[in-house]
Design a protein around this ligand. Structure first.
Ligand SMILES: [Zn+2]
Length: 175
């Protein structure tokens, strides 16, 4: 049996232009068609059976969709920043919380480039920080404060598209 190519929504069978996500087995492909998460866009005949050669997802796959298992986009909020950073201070690496054992570990969101210097509230300018580090950093950049970031902030949706977690797809689709 051939491997079936799975394309993101927007595949053009005429030109073959589309975003190839991964390949899968015919058996898995048939399951995706039954669950209506994909439609066949190319078919062939094997042993007198019609089988798909290529599928197109019925809804666009984005990183947000993968991570949220059904949500189309990750809503931007301070809470979402903490979740992305696993409630970990980007400067000292300690766990932060909304009800910490000591006040220094209170979860705050730090503007890497401070607002007072033109920093914006965006995925890539915000990180989780404990109150202690946030106060110490104050209106300085990480370099000025001598407080390097332990991890780089990223935009969840964009990161998926660039980095890819296509291996998660069969799991999410219930393969
Ligand atoms: Zn900290």
């Amino acid at each position: 049996m051939p491997q079936v190519r799975v394309y993101n929504l927007g595949y053009d069978p005429g030109t073959g232009i589309g975003e190839l996500l991964h390949t899968t087995t015919v058996r898995h492909a048939m399951g995706m068609i039954r669950r209506e998460v994909a439609v066949p866009v190319e078919l062939t005949v094997v042993d007198e059976r019609i089988v798909p050669l290529a599928l197109e997802l019925t809804r666009e796959l984005s990183g947000a969709w993968v991570e949220g298992a059904g949500r189309r986009s990750v809503g931007f909020s301070y809470r979402a920043v903490h979740e992305r950073d696993h409630w970990t201070c980007a400067y000292c690496g300690r766990s932060v919380s909304r009800a910490p054992a000591c006040e220094a570990l209170l979860a705050t969101v730090d503007h890497i480039l401070p607002v007072s210097r033109g920093g914006r509230s965006s995925w890539t300018n915000l990180v989780s920080a404990c109150k202690g580090c946030n106060n110490r950093k104050a209106d300085r950049t990480p370099a000025e404060a001598g407080m390097p970031l332990r991890f780089a902030p990223y935009d969840p949706a964009v990161s998926y598209r660039v980095g890819g977690h296509v291996e998660d797809l069969p799991v999410l689709l219930g393969a």
